[in-house]
Design a protein around this ligand. Structure first.
Ligand SMILES: [Zn+2]
Length: 354
């Protein structure tokens, strides 16, 4: 686990919630929830646990866990997140969902006693990837916990989880470390200057692991491409902009567009940009061409878009539509009853806005 969560880990381990059979670990993406959950799983499985409540790292159970083959541990993750996934046929795309057959596959594991004397641990990550059928199937197991089975659910988007699942878990909410601490870590970790570290941390909304990704040259370049493309709107054509972004994974540009719109709202209300402080002047100029009502409408659109971006039928149309909708927010007085731009039916008008 990352050092910034160690204190919290110890506190939670000593708390009453630690005895709960299902824990839901939440917090922003890229702060180290996964490492926290795995450290927790290791502590549940460790056969030589110390007074501090952390795994010893040396017993047989700890060694198996570290090697990924502890018999009393299961991780349910989407195929798309599994580095060992092998597609069934040519061109078969790995699923981004956690599917019902993965939950059904747990039946034997849950029913029989553990191989070792301790707990059996099931990690579900990200829990918001459970599709409806899988969530229902999991609910049954959560409702009738068997003996020593423990569930660890991890999610950066707990509002996407079924309320029935959420309500059966004890919640551990994790936070990002303070910016100075995170910047020091990032500079040491990625070999960037302190100023660059602060830049990427801001772009990542303070999430150190996300910032570390951005500090990698390829990811950083993608981030700059998206940001420059978005910042050039609405003067530039939304259709051309969508063309530039077609090679970028939808979830990525959606996330950046979302931070941009968020900053626009902050600047429009007289605040400072949180994600893109170096773009302050551009944001201010743009904010003058719109109003808070239209910005908050955009924010709603962006939140909806986040979900569509996971499974876009047509990534290019999704992008065009999003960018046209974005440009419409600056269209002088807001066009009545048509804040969404042209639908997805073509009509790729070059809507230049002055
Ligand atoms: Zn151990």
């Amino acid at each position: 686990m990352y050092f910034w969560h160690e204190e919290e880990f110890d506190r939670w381990r000593a708390s009453r919630q630690a005895q709960h059979h299902a824990l839901l670990i939440i917090g922003p993406a890229g702060i180290g929830k996964s490492a926290f959950a795995r450290a927790w799983a290791a502590a549940l499985l460790c056969e030589n646990i110390g007074a501090a409540g952390r795994a010893c790292g040396a017993c047989a159970a700890c060694v198996w866990f570290a090697q990924g083959n502890h018999p009393d541990f299961r991780a349910l993750i989407p195929d798309a997140d599994d580095p060992h996934f092998e597609p069934a046929g040519k061109g078969a795309k790995p699923s981004r969902d956690i599917r019902i057959d993965q939950i059904r596959g747990l039946a034997g594991f849950v029913a029989v006693g553990g191989h070792r004397a301790g707990h059996k641990v099931i990690l579900v990550e990200p829990a918001d990837a459970l599709n409806a059928a899988a969530a229902n199937a999991l609910l049954k197991t959560l409702e009738e916990p068997t003996g020593n089975t423990r569930f660890l659910l991890v999610s950066a988007r707990p509002d996407w989880l079924a309320a029935t699942i959420r309500s059966r878990c004890a919640v551990i909410a994790l936070r990002a470390p303070p910016p100075e601490e995170a910047a020091r870590w990032l500079a040491a970790e990625s070999g960037v200057t302190p100023a660059q570290a602060l830049h990427w941390l801001a772009a990542a909304g303070g999430a150190p692991l996300r910032a570390r990704e951005l500090a990698e040259p390829a990811q950083g370049a993608t981030h700059r491409l998206v940001l420059e493309t978005v910042a050039a709107l609405p003067q530039a054509s939304a259709v051309n902009a969508a063309e530039r972004l077609v090679s970028v994974e939808p979830a990525r540009w959606v996330a950046i567009l979302q931070t941009w719109v968020g900053d626009l709202g902050r600047v429009r209300s007289g605040g400072e940009p949180r994600f893109h402080p170096e773009q302050r002047a551009r944001l201010q100029a743009l904010a003058g061409k719109t109003d808070l009502r239209r910005i908050s409408e955009l924010e709603v659109r962006m939140r909806r878009l986040t979900r569509h971006a996971e499974h876009p039928l047509n990534p290019r149309l999704l992008c065009e539509d999003a960018l046209l909708g974005y440009c419409a927010a600056f269209d002088g007085p807001a066009p009545r009853g048509r804040s969404a731009g042209p639908g997805s039916g073509g009509e790729p008008a070059q809507r230049r806005v002055t």
